[in-house]
Design a protein around this ligand. Sequence first.
Ligand code: ADP
Ligand code: ZN
Length: 517
Amino acid sequence: MTGAPQMLRDVFGFDAFRPGQKEIVDAVTAGENVLAIMPTGGGKSLCFQLPAILRDGVTVVISPLIALMRDQVRALQEAGVAAGALTSGNTPEETDAVFDALDQGRLKLLYMAPERLAAGSALGLLRRIGVSLIAVDEAHCVSQWGHDFRPDYLRIGELRRVLGVPLAAFTATADADTRTEIVRKLFDDTDPQIFLRGFDRPNIHLSFAAKDGPRRQILDFAAARPGQSGIVYCGTRAKTESLSAALREAGRTSLHYHGGMEAEDRRIAERRFQQEDGLIVVATVAFGMGIDKPDIRWVAHADLPKSIEAYYQEIGRAGRDGAPAETLTLFGPDDIRLRRNQIDEGLAPPERRAADHARLNALLGLAEAMKCRRATLLGYFGETDITCGKCDLCDAPPETFDGTIAVRKALSAILRTDEWFGAGHLIDILLGISTDKIMQRGHDKLPTFGVGKEYDKRQWQAVFRQMMGHDLVRPDPARHGALKMTDAALPILRDQATIELRRDSIRNASTRRPAVK
Ligand code: ADP
Ligand code: ZN
């Protein structure tokens, strides 16, 4: 029998495996139950296609995306591999050809849409044709609280049991909850080997900065990279237009892009970005899905993304060619408030909302990280032993200090005003400023009034931002963004835990130039 490396060259035309591929191919070929988590574009399909060719019998591939299935079948057929698909998009001739190949025992890979599993005849068919392996693409579709739940995926676990064959599941969605759910629903009593590799994009430099004249920060970042193609992601459509205009005024070639534009204008922007060198696109998240430009040299976020997954996806559009690429993500208290509100006001069920808050928290934790961003980011995806040297915190480790007392003062101000006020009013209390609002409510009589004079307003803003970053407090949408304590704050309030804060944003706050609008 020809081995995997030979097949890799002869059938797929690749010289070498990508990180993680070989281990997965070996395990799947050996008939192990496998859950493999790899980023989009990491090369998952090879990890079941190659074992399918090497193993006896038919491999059933379950995938939710008909277009993708058809692409893969076509590519395999062109490479001389007997593959076919049974989907609702088939012509009768295509379906006949699949059944002929199955009858003659020729077919190696049979792609099926999950809906097909619901048909009464599916199990009989799979039994008859000698299935020896089930491969499941986009395995997170089995997760009820995920974004792409497919009820028919719930049948796959039973199928595995009844057919008594190994199952190999693949997904790019890696958070621990989803992973646990996949294992439970697809593998129940068995204990699959879990592979998690390839999330690192070592050529991408990571950096974050607190908003401090954000427009100027983005213009400076772009100005330091003349002639390079880049993407600036913004939280609103209006901002894409104004920021793009500012970049043009600064002498750059720049286009805006958002979902409210005519389809034709969007296509023109996409085409220009793809073809021209040195073009900047200022966009909402609507931009990027179909973009396959290898030499995007930088990605900047003018506003905080909505989750750590979204962040990873968006920066991941830079440097596909493997050459150095840079990123800058700006964040501020308004972003955090906006993102929390979007989650709370969305229509998702409560469990999903909790998960979305957790994904946002993970991103805030990354924004306020004290050590290597790459280790923090990849740690979230489950990868350990990261070598970096390519992030702002490895470049210049931040100084931290014991911020427990400051945080306790801030928490106390929140509690003594019944969690009814936002950061602005709380800071006035801490600074002992007798505003009308303070006098009207008698807040000048509070024991907390004026206990925070060691910091100025901007330094306290940095403290509050870091508290939000550590999820000690959350804005309550039902109270116009009033800050509420979370359970995580209790140990600090009770003197049972301490908290480190980053010194840079607090020490420098008052010496920075004023915000440019
Ligand atoms: P995904 O993990 O998103 O399903 P694919 O399986 O579609 O990714 O692979 C992404 C791309 O990487 C494809 O163009 C594929 O041909 C290519 N690829 C996969 N494995 C290798 C390899 N070992 N060497 C070179 N290119 C590869
Ligand atoms: Zn680092």
